[in-house]
Ligand binder design. Sequence first.
Ligand code: ZN
Length: 414
Amino acid sequence: MSNVQHYRIGQLIIGDGSPPQQDVVLTVEGERIVAVDAGASVAATLPYTDLRPYTVTPGLIDAHTHVMAAGDPGRSAWSAIYYEELIGETTLKALHRAQASLRMGFTTLRDLGSRDYIDVAVRNAINAGLFAGPRLFVCGVPLTSTGGHFDRIVRIPGVDMAGRTGIGDSPAGVREAARYQIKMGADLIKIAVDGRRRNSYTTEAVTHQEMSFAEIQAAVEVAEWAGVHVAAHSDGGSVPMRDGVRAGVRTIEHIQDLSAEDADFLAASDAYLVPTLTATYNTVAAGAYASGVSNEQYSFSEENWQAKRRGMAQALRAGVKIALGTDAGYANCRHGESAKELLLLVETGMSPLQALTAATGTAAAAIGQAHTLGTVTPGKLADFVVVDGDPLADIGILTHPDKIVQVYKGGVLQ
Ligand SMILES: [Zn+2]
């Protein structure tokens, strides 16, 4: 029996930013796409799966998730994962959350920070074929300086936080921490070049540089030797962001207020911006009470949202390469709701086609998988989503579970 399948598609979104194609036949052999042809010319002679009522997009990619966390509001919820939950329990829940993304058409997640390598465990179990789930690219424990953005604060004498394998306070320390992530199975290295002080929230600018240029360089060097890339948390400090990019960081995560000068700098570099609009927007939208944060922190998020809008305008004006990422798992960001980021990308100035490109072709390039993922083109893995309706007319339909008709991963219906 042949393992070649044909799908006749009403509208195909390629994922590279090109205009959609109408009536095409997609041919998949095994796990790969082998041809995309005009439907009318070939369909008459072929047995095909009729998807003519639907739009097909490439499998969607969320380039910034945390499967270890549910997205419960408030910082204590995140801490509870460390203090109160069994690692095995967290791991099973993480798998469940990853599956929620897959059902909504997100066939790939880049997971940017977890405790005790549960991200590695979930990825391995999915890759072994034991469970349905998206492709996961994971960083293990993020690298940070002592007291830095990812160094969890514990003030109990004699007690230290689990997962301090990510701490590095010198180039040698960072190198050791990066090597440890690779040893444990990381697909990339996550660092914090700057961050908000962990012990306070204020409306004042409190973003500090947390890694020196030499320390960032050390992380990038180890990553390059291992054939992986570096993602950097940056809340928007101009100097640390630029240090990261100059040192060779591939993706810049978050950024609150991107200045015109920094947008031009980013656009001229090889780096990608992952704006995580959902993380900021959801905390504002939930309101102070429902989002489980203090009034001070709430107004901080509201300011962040206005800053993000300004930053996105600068990024789009300058032509910064933007990849979709949500921060799912962070407060108020639920797994399975990543498509909301598409809505917010459109609300902050992208066209629906641009937003879909950010979630497919550009995201694949950002995470170093452009050779296998991100577009419906011959040679790529056959990850695609069958959508009831036209997301180019209404991007919001991708947030509705009943509009996601089918999800294929590696040619297999999920
Ligand atoms: Zn994050």
